[in-house]
Design a binder for this molecule. Structure first.
Ligand SMILES: [Zn+2]
Length: 668
């Protein structure tokens, strides 16, 4: 049985799916060494294979190969053999249980890219497109021998105009005037080899025994250097955090199909995504890290896939932490917001997450699991967390690990049980919800006492909740442990308290209270009831702004007439106008005043406000059609932000409004 984990790698906004596939590993079964010769003919999208291997100790052989491939001959010890076929299974009898040399030939035509086919769009099937041919191992282009794991020596032959690469280590390469031949070695236990061929320009960087390559189309070659340097930097960063990079090669391959897929020692990325900064940053780091988590230590899917969450935590969140604590806090808040948006009937226990089938499973398998590792780090301490991570790698490299193995590794590192932690976060569905009440502050002698009651709803969690008390010119941090429905706490400080904040850095995974999170663009854009208000009066401004609104909402919304502020109370809105028109609208609709950082900044602006009714509104302000057209390209990438400021078509500043109040904050 094969397992597929779909990994959304990268920006929240572009649906870049990444597939990580693992064959289920039959550890006890014998491994077969295949010698495969693959000839790719791009002109007619045909492939031809010869596969040689030996089997012993069995009377018969079952081969599985995809239906679009035709097995033309099977020889056993040099003699042509007869076989029977049932669907994609081919069965032949062997002359006794001794060792037999099998040689087979097969060929097929790879189907052309069909964007109506979901398997083509997701990278699940072999595809021939104008920019290249894609043969994923899981599509079954290569015969698999039932009941065995396989190692491969794979030779790929293409015309001289094409270059090919594959999962596995590159052993040799011969570039000739007529054809190119590349030979790869694929270790047993890793999935069947995937092959990628195209009219590629190859760039390479060799460093400390690792060969990093880009296989890009001519129009993307200018990005090769950035990818080679970026990949090397991430490999070195994660080696330091986990252990030596487990492969000899790493390749970034441009895909002619709209995917972003992770494979062992390779990532296959849609050629149009390659120029985007998030791909060169966060997504590349994420894909590089999967060489350790997912393709180095495999997730034991029967007990839940932890590898996406750990990869998200160490790569995506790790990069955010490198930028600064605000970015990391903002990322965690984003995960909490996603979880808050998840309806309870779609909520699942972490142990049931296998792969990202839809947004709901991503909220659990990526965001919540990443949060769990963040809390685990807090629970055991940064130093011991790092030790346990290295130990997990050392003990489970190239084998499967379960959540139970992770628990055991952390328990062994800190010498105390963590049953309670894993039980409440992995086995249980849901999240705690914290509320704050009965806040009092009083002065006794020289000290100020702040007393409050923290309570949690429904299921009780054992939590360490950070608490901040701000004074006129400083702040003091505390930690409150709560393991019951309610706890009254008294904290002492020397200065008069000005503000009390529960969980100021979003350290605890919990269900946000209503109004706890500042509005972001997504609150409006994901709401099917959201409408639009057109304040622009000129035709060309109206056209550009209508196109932008439709792009943002992904549909044609109902446009309310200008000057019509009634809907402000009823539905979320996208409001577009010039600076003067937006100012007038703010007054007429009684919205919060224009924030200081928005006033006069850049040449176009978009920001969120919350109306008195509680509905969120996205204000989009631009004075010329040209600036609106520039926003059409960029603004859709900032759905997770509260504000974006544009200058000359580029986003020069963006962010999420700080939480200045909310139900877990009390000002004195
Ligand atoms: Zn992933």
């Amino acid at each position: 049985m094969r397992r597929i984990a779909v990994c959304r790698s990268g920006a929240v906004l572009i649906a870049l799916a990444s597939l990580i596939l693992m064959l289920s590993r039959a550890h006890a079964s014998p491994s077969i060494a295949h010698e495969v010769n693959l000839v790719i003919e791009p002109d007619d999208a045909s492939i031809a294979i010869q596969d040689r291997f030996a089997v012993s100790g069995q009377n018969s052989l079952v081969l599985r190969i995809s239906n679009w491939m035709t097995l033309s001959e099977i020889r056993v010890n040099g003699t042509p053999a007869e076989w029977t076929r049932s669907g994609n299974l081919h069965r032949l009898e062997l002359p006794g249980r001794g060792t037999h040399k099998i040689a087979l030939t097969a060929s097929g035509v790879v189907s052309g890219l069909d964007m109506k086919n979901a398997l083509h769009r997701s990278g699940g099937a072999a595809v021939a497109a104008p920019g290249g041919i894609y043969l994923p191992g899981w599509s079954g282009w290569l015969p698999a021998v039932a009941g065995h794991t396989s190692a491969y020596s794979l030779s790929v032959v293409t015309p001289a105009t094409y270059r090919a690469t594959a999962t596995g280590a590159l052993k040799s390469e011969t570039l000739g005037p007529e054809s190119n031949v590349s030979v790869f070695s694929v270790r047993a236990g890793i999935e069947a080899p995937s092959v990628f061929a195209g009219p590629y320009v190859v760039n390479e960087k060799l460093n400390g025994g690792i060969r990093i390559r880009t296989y890009f189309h001519r129009d993307s070659v200018r990005f090769a250097e950035a990818y080679l340097n970026g990949a090397l930097a991430y490999i070195r960063k994660f080696e330091h955090q986990i252990g030596p990079y487990p492969f000899a090669d790493f390749a970034i391959v441009a895909a002619p199909i709209p995917v972003g897929l992770g494979f062992p020692n390779l990532t296959y990325v849609h050629r149009r995504i390659l120029p985007l900064p998030f791909m060169q940053g966060r997504s590349l780091a994420h894909e590089v890290l999967h060489n350790w988590w997912g393709n180095g230590v495999y997730a034991d899917y029967a007990s839940g896939n932890w590898s996406e969450g750990l990869t998200t935590y160490m790569a995506d969140h790790g990069l955010a932490e490198d930028t600064g604590p605000d970015r990391a806090r903002e990322m965690r808040l984003g995960w909490l917001r996603d979880y808050a948006a998840l309806s309870t009937d779609l909520d699942r226990a972490v142990k049931s997450f296998v792969s990202k089938k839809h947004d709901a499973s991503q909220v659990i398998g990526y965001g919540k699991v990443a949060y769990i590792f963040h809390m685990l780090k807090h629970e055991v301490g940064a130093e011991r967390f790092s030790k346990a991570i290295k130990r997990l790698w050392h003990d489970h490299k190239f084998t499967a690990a379960s959540w139970r193995d992770i628990q055991t590794t952390f328990e062994a590192t800190i010498s105390r049980p963590l049953d309670w932690f894993f039980q409440q976060w992995i086995d249980r569905t849901g999240a705690p919800q914290l509320t704050l009440k009965d806040v009092k502050a009083a002065k006794t002698g020289d000290v100020h006492r702040v007393q409050f009651t923290l309570s949690q709803s429904a299921q009780i969690y054992r939590l360490k909740v950070p608490v901040l008390i701000g004074t006129e010119n400083s702040e003091k941090r505390f930690e409150v442990e709560i393991g019951s429905a309610e706890k009254t706490v008294t904290l002492e400080i020397k200065q008069p308290p000005v503000v009390l904040q529960i969980d100021p850095d979003n350290s605890v995974f919990r269900r946000l209270l209503p109004d706890e999170a500042p509005p972001i663009a997504r609150d409006i854009l994901l709401d099917r009831t959201a409408a639009a208000v057109m304040l622009h009066k000129q035709g060309d401004l109206q056209n550009a702004s209508r196109a932008l609104t439709e792009r943002l909402l992904g549909r044609r919304p109902e446009f309310m007439p200008a000057g019509h502020t009634d809907p402000v109370a009823a539905v979320p809105l996208v409001v577009q106008g010039t600076t003067a028109q937006i100012d007038a609208f703010i007054v007429a609709a009684d919205l919060p005043a224009r924030p200081a950082r928005i006033s006069g900044a850049g040449d176009a602006r978009a920001w969120t406000v919350r109306a008195q009714s509680g509905k969120a509104i996205l204000l989009v302000e631009a004075d010329t059609p040209a600036t609106l057209r520039a926003m059409l390209r960029s603004l859709p990438h900032y759905r997770s932000k509260s504000f974006v400021i544009f200058e000359g078509g580029r986003a020069v500043n963006h962010g999420v409004w700080p939480v200045s109040g909310g139900p877990l904050t009390k000002k004195f």
